[in-house]
Write a protein that binds this ligand. Structure first.
Ligand SMILES: [Zn+2]
Length: 67
């Protein structure tokens, strides 16, 4: 599993872009995706960046409201 980015050695995050598709690994620093073979697929788009940010914020709000 390509858990760490070869370029900057940051941790990659597994991202499923759409249901049923393979999981890609995102480096938030380099802003690119690799597949399970650690092969760079493409750069992350601005839209995807916002979407992931939004999901993360939702998750954090949910976690904060649990008590
Ligand atoms: Zn990187």
């Amino acid at each position: 599993m390509p858990l760490f980015c070869k370029q900057c050695e940051s941790r990659r995050l597994p991202v499923m872009l759409s249901a049923g598709k393979e999981t890609l690994w995102l480096c938030e620093k380099c802003k690119n995706f690799v597949n399970n073979d650690d092969f760079i697929i493409r750069e992350q788009t601005e839209e995807e960046r916002q979407e992931i940010k939004r999901k993360l914020e939702e998750f954090e709000e949910y976690e904060a409201s649990k008590d």
